[in-house]
Design a protein around this ligand. Sequence first.
Ligand SMILES: Nc1ncnc2c1ncn2[C@@H]1O[C@H](COP(=O)(O)OP(=O)(O)O)[C@@H](O)[C@H]1O
Ligand SMILES: [Mg+2]
Length: 254
Amino acid sequence: MTPVIRCRSSIDHSSIALAGHGDVCSDDTKNYILKRLPDRSELNFYTDLIIPSKLSRYIPKFYGCYQETSPDVFTEEGYSSNAASYLVLDNVARGMRRVNILEVKMGTVQHCADAVPSKVASSLSKCRSTTSAALGFRVNGTYRTGPGGEVIKTDKHHGRGLTAEDLPGVFATFFSDASPAQLDDIRARLKGLQDVTRDRPGIRLISSSLLISYDGGEGDLARVGMIDFAHVEQVSGVDEGYLTGLTSLVALIK
Ligand SMILES: Nc1ncnc2c1ncn2[C@@H]1O[C@H](COP(=O)(O)OP(=O)(O)O)[C@@H](O)[C@H]1O
Ligand SMILES: [Mg+2]
């Protein structure tokens, strides 16, 4: 069923975004994420690429491309280059009371094959000066909710300053409210995603992220969701950089 999305502008919906370009918000229920599309490129991933069903398990459900049809009400109208269009996705924190989200940017190399030399140089330098080149991911942000509902966030600049030696402590802190069952669940999902990644040669995800979420306290929900598909390349082999990132993540979640 296609939901109608309500998004009262008086609410600060943007606090849900950990990184990105600031064009993401949630709806009133916080069940859905709306991402404003600058062009069709990310929409093509959802609509034109045949996504293997085993992979779609790791991608938050896509409800379509929406437009604002009356103030603060969004309905499925498709993409238009004249009006602002939004992807509507399930929130990886849907149904969670004490939301905890870790966002990692995946890959050892994060530029497109046709990137201009200045972009290649700056992207390579970011990968080499962070954990990306060696570990296949870097922390892009964290969102934690404490027992009293207080929110503690870190951003991508904090993540870029982290070394491989810092990560065990960062992960231990982030997962300190997760139950052993939630940790097992997350590790199993990451291993499942490793298997699918090995089995789906042909696609390279560039600068895409992985969101790892769990409900802290008494909750038992845990999820792993792939997002940000503005740059997807067709390649002949397997996405080795993505696999390196998944292997490093599994090793760090204890
Ligand atoms: N399905 C989702 N569930 C929860 N948060 C999301 C979801 N999709 C995006 N976000 C949040 O929105 C931010 C920006 O989204 P992203 O797709 O990375 O946009 P950009 O292309 O601007 O980088 C992410 O860093 C993440 O915090
Ligand atoms: Mg992003």
